[in-house]
Design a protein around this ligand. Sequence first.
Ligand code: ADE
Length: 432
Amino acid sequence: MTVTKTAKKAGKTANFDCKDVGLAAEGVRRIEWANQDMPVLQKIRERFEKERPLSGVRMACCLHVTAETANLVRTLKAGGADVVLCASNPLSTQDDVSAALSVHYGIPTFAIKGEDNTTYYKHLLAALATNPNVTMDDGCDLVTAIHKDRTDLIPTIRGSMEETTTGVIRLKAMAKDGALKIPCVAVNEADTKHLFDNRYGTGQSTIDGIIRATDTLLASKTVVVAGYGWCGRGFAARARGMGAQVIVTEIDPIKAIEAAMDGHRVMPMKEAAKIGDVFCTVTGNKHVISTEHMSVMKDGAMVCNSGHFDVEIDIAGLKKMAKKEIEGVRRFVDAYELSNGRTIYVLGQGRLVNLACAEGHPASVMDMSFAVQSLATEWVAVQKSPLSVKVHDVPKSIDAWVARLKLDTMGIKIDKLTKEQEAYLASWQEGT
Ligand code: ADE
């Protein structure tokens, strides 16, 4: 693997790495298709083109390389930033988009679907080789690489945006340990991000990934959802909508009660493992499905993950335990024959099933997440003095603006408080 392809765009030569530059035309078509469903991001791009608030920003983004992400990085570029992009997961890249970004949109991109771990990290370092002063992460790998391999960048980094729950948990752990050295912004914590992308995006795209990989009928199946955070809630609701009987496993008593009151069965994974047909982990934690669980699963059980990292299912343990492994019994499905005579199917190698086996969340929901990303980047860029080194929340005004504009583009109007109601909410004297 070499990271040496070059493109000439506006007189500049830039390195990039994609599977096949011949895929660029298809990538452009898919990026433009997604763009139609991203009206909030379009509005921001139009303003950015005029105001250029990101002039002087050198940006390295480590994100899933999808058609939706392409529209985000186009927006950042329109704002005046010099942008490079690398993959945030070895299996989530859309190769046509990777090619289109480098060749057609002049945004150097380092991403190939199925790249091995060495190439993955080579791509990350290639993005950091541009000496960024602002970064954007989906899962904290870029920030980790800065803290481990490119500490020289730390003094000049003005801020780093984080897209996902797992990444924010990592950043907060770093801050608690005193290990965090750059200001970060927890984009995931914005309401217009996690309440919609994590719930409705993951809900739909996880179903999409499972169906594209297996073509299984979900009606009447027992679907086991490990974790009842926003992603788990969304996926459980959509699985039920497809006619599945849903079992939720949890370690948090409050979330467990919520799952029960939402009408799902709740039980330990040890019990659920014996009766599930399709399993999906969305916990952000390690070995939530262990070899002990897989050894009691039914013949033909399908196992997948929709959490950020591929640690939730003990695949290494399964490989050791299996009598026989058959790669690719179907595209993105591997079979493991156990000594008890049963076969377990793993989808997308235990990586994010919605991005490995399908196209990730639909554009309409990424519109809000990436609107928040764009405006949070602008917020970092326009600061007069450096942001403090900690995990910052996105300003509430950004959240409210994105929500209002999204409603507007959906043709939905809402009520306004009357003066009397405003006064009532501000008062404490009036009672029964
Ligand atoms: N995360 C989940 N879905 C995504 C998408 N379509 N693009 C980028 N990141 C995502």
